[in-house]
Ligand binder design. Structure first.
Ligand SMILES: Nc1ncnc2c1ncn2[C@@H]1O[C@H](COP(=O)(O)OP(=O)(O)OP(=O)(O)O)[C@@H](O)[C@H]1O
Ligand SMILES: [Mg+2]
Length: 280
């Protein structure tokens, strides 16, 4: 043990002051260390955030280039397709080729399908003009219902339409048709046999809502943020453009898409701003 000796009271007081300062310094060191640890943690989080934003930006840049390329290619491929379709149409009408009529019809149908796919790609182009008409969403669904019901039936599934009491809207009928078909097709594809797809319309003060509900297994949380990114697909034969198109169409109509998903199924809500009272 070291015993300190002091020659005077002053020395003793000086010693006590020094001791106190040392204790304070020790306390400061502890709090400084925890401050440094906190700041390091925050910095790490910021760096991780920054890295993920940079990765996302790089991905968006690549997708943008792919999208532009696809749109350019699609546009160019359409012209030769139109020529081929014209010749097939002409040959189909020749009396000496009448035995091949079925083949010609099949080829023309396939060309039309290819053309429809290209139309979907091109509709992703942002500056495409929109052809707005004031019409009733229920009327549009009424026209589409036989098509969707037949699609559901061919897969051993059901489809129910529940049109609500809604007002008419300024919409581009072609674009909204594509959107409903894509949402319905996704819903049907997500469900097992016997599943039921429900398409509804309803209205509240702010919105006129179209909802498409399926009885599938839901969308995993890690996929939710990727929905609508062009070419994101989990399907073997999917192109991953369906939802990208839907988000684009919704955007052009100032509408918002919300998703409610669980293991019991998924509902896509398309909320159009209520544009006031214009009943049909
Ligand atoms: N109703 C749904 N239930 C479960 N998953 C869904 C649903 N709708 C979309 N998804 C998921 O989102 C992905 C992207 O959908 P999207 O419609 O954009 O492309 P796709 O259906 O894969 O291909 P396609 O371009 O032919 O429509 C799907 O592959 C699927 O994983
Ligand atoms: Mg799809």
């Amino acid at each position: 043990m070291i015993v300190a000796r002091f020659d005077s009271i002053k020395d003793w007081e000086h010693f006590v002051d020094l001791k106190r300062e040392i204790i304070q310094l020790k306390e400061q060191r502890v709090s400084l260390r925890s401050m440094v640890e906190d700041i390091t943690k925050q910095l790490k989080i910021e760096i991780e955030k920054r890295e993920s934003i940079e990765q996302e930006l790089a991905k968006l840049g690549r997708l943008n280039i792919i999208g532009q390329l696809a749109a350019g290619l699609g546009h160019e491929i359409r012209n030769p397709l139109t020529t081929i379709r014209g010749f097939l149409q002409m040959l189909k009408c020749k009396a000496e080729l009448v035995t091949y009529t079925n083949y010609f019809e099949l080829m023309i149908e396939e060309l039309d399908r290819a053309n429809a796919i290209i139309t979907d790609y091109l509709s992703l182009a942002k500056n495409k003009p929109t052809d707005f008409k004031r019409l009733h969403l229920n009327k549009l669904l009424e026209n589409l219902s036989p098509l969707i019901t037949a699609d559901a039936y061919s897969q051993g599934k059901k489809c129910i339409f529940e049109p609500g009491d809604i007002q008419d809207l300024e919409i581009d009928p072609h674009e909204i048709t594509q959107m409903v078909l894509n949402l319905a097709r996704n819903g049907l594809e997500a469900m097992p046999i016997d599943g039921c797809l429900t398409i509804k319309t309803f209205m509240n003060e702010q919105d006129i809502v179209l909802s498409v509900n399926d009885e599938g297994q839901g969308i995993p949380p890690e996929h939710l943020s990727k929905l609508g990114t062009p070419f994101f697909t989990t399907k073997e034969n999917g192109t991953g453009l369906g939802l990208a198109m839907c988000y684009n169409v919704a955007n052009r109509h100032n509408a918002q898409i919300d998703i409610d998903t669980s293991q019991n199924g998924t509902t896509f809500f398309v909320r159009f701003p209520n544009q006031g009272s214009h009943p049909l």
